[in-house]
Structure formats: C-alpha cells, structure tokens
Design a protein around this ligand. Sequence first.
Ligand code: SF4
Ligand code: SF4
Length: 339
Amino acid sequence: MSRKSSNKYRRFSFLSDWRGIKNTLGEMRGIGHPQQPKLSKDYAPAHPDPSLDERWFIKTITDKVENHPENSMEFPFAGERIFDQPPVGFVAGDDPIFVKFKEIIGPHHYTPAEIMAWHAKKNGVTPPPAGEISVVSFVLPITEKTRQENAGETEWCSERWAQTRLRGEIFSQALVREMVAFLMGKGILAVSPDVTPMFRKKRYPKVGWASPWSHRHIAYAAGLGTFGQNNLLITEKGCAHRVGSFIVHRKLNPNRQRPENIHAYCLQDQGIECLKCAKRCPAGAININGHDKETCYGRVAKSLRHCNKNYHIFIYGCGLCSVNVPCEARIPVKPERRP
Ligand code: SF4
Ligand code: SF4
C-alpha cells in the first residue's frame, strides 16, 4: 500500500470505526453489547464433566491468547500481537471478600452470586448456591514493544497503546464471549458481568466513577496481584495490562495465594521511596496519598481527541503511569539495604 493510500485509509477510518464507538458506549452506558449466549437444553446443574477443571480453563484461555486472530494489531502494526501470555486465577463464589468489596468499593458492587442469580433467572433455571460457583480471572500483559513506545511519551498515549486500548478490549470481550458460549452450550451456566445490562459504569454518590464489577478487584481476590500507588494491579507480569473475568457454575479451586495487604507489591507501600508513577502522570493525579480517580478520568477523557486526530481511532487511553516504572513488567524488587 502506498503512503498516500495508507493515509487516505487512516483519514476516514474513524468514521467507520463503529466497534470503537460501540465499545465506548458499552463501557459508559451499558448498552450495545451482544445477547448473552443461550443455555443448552441439556442443562445439568450437577455438570459432572471432570475434564472442565482448573487446568482446562488455564489452557483454553492461554491457547486463545496465543492463537486468536483478534489478538492482533491493525495498520500500521498489522501482525503484531496485542497481549502476551496471561496469568489465570480462580475465586470461590462464596469467598467472604465479595462482601468486603461492598464495603471497600461500595454497595453497588455485585457479588458473583447476584450476577449469577440474574443470569439463571433469565435462562429459566434455579440460581446455583454461591458455594457452587467460581470466578475465573485473567491478566492480559501488554507487549514489550507497546510498553516501550508508550514509555517514550510524556503527554498522551502512543499509537500502539491506543490500538491496544481499543482492539485489546474487543479481543478480551471476544475471549470471554467464546468461553461463556462454549460453557453455556455444554449446559453449564456462565456469564460475563460486563456484557449484562447490570453493568453500567457511572458516577456513584461518594465513590465517583466506578463500575459495579471491578475486574481489577476480582484479580486481586484471585491472588493475581495487588494495587499500586497508581491504582493499577501489580502482577507477576507488571501493571501494564488489561484484566478480565467471568463467572461459571463450577467449583474451581483457587490456585494462588492472595496477600492480605492489598498494596503488598508496591514499593512505596513497603516504605521505599518510589512514586515513579506520580512523576509520569501529566495530570498530577497521583501523589503520596494515592490516585485521584476524577483527575485521572478527566485527563483520559481528553485523550479521545488526541487519539482520534492523530491515530484515527475512536478511543481514549493513557497508561503513562504504568510504563517506565519499576512495576511495569514485574513485581518490583525491593533494593538491598547497604550495611
Ligand atoms: S511506580 Fe513505584 S510507587 Fe508507583 S505503583 Fe509502581 S512501585 Fe508503587
Ligand atoms: S492513567 Fe494517565 S492520567 Fe491517569 S493516573 Fe495514569 S498517567 Fe495519570
């Protein structure tokens, strides 16, 4: 493709970028998502198939990240992968942490049992008890190339980062939809909370902008990471990632140890001067007291114009505080104290 025709494609691409527009509306208004897959007529509440165990979930999600055609960038980075291999974890549906989340995050945050009850009713079956359901959580690490590119930016996110924000979310939703559709087709209740009408990101009294199902908090509950000063989840693959989760009527054993301290991996929290994330934030949304969500959202919302104008993508994004920091791609190592 000549440079001229490439630019022509890019100039008009945002007009037909209906997936970006739909995705943004879906996140903000809880609308425009596809129908939930139908439950098979062979619904079997006891679902004895032993092959659908923890290993099956980990392998299937990993294979999708490895081979799915949607896990790839578009022009001018066509062929590049969006995400690397994902850590996967499980939380029991009756884990007391979900009740705690109603205190920590707010009463609007759903428990897995509440979402599953809605889903079961919609499919005309009896809701399973909380102890019989599990949440599957996964972390999709952003590739080194994209992280490095964004690390070179100081004001707005880079083009690879913007594509990751848009296409990565589309891939993440496709991954979950395929998992849910497969399980529902097998007669096993499964649901992705953020494509139900119950999911609506909005400004809640006292809490500010929040979603009723926080994938990040679910990932913490699954032992996949802890929160940093930048409010991102620091995982074994760092804090530059997307996270996702879904609920399934299946007992899956938690496979990771969850630190009691929700900030355990952040250097600053361990008494080591860091705040590198705060220095990277062009909006001043991070300081010694933590992360100011409203200031951050204000800055991120403004990036829509930048991404549209420069990259011809209808998406907002930033992530500057997740790159060029000690927790970018790993759990940061505490420096040895000199004797
Ligand atoms: S950059 Fe430092 S202070 Fe900020 S989240 Fe990472 S470890 Fe914590
Ligand atoms: S996402 Fe951007 S605006 Fe928000 S805290 Fe991080 S660097 Fe600041």
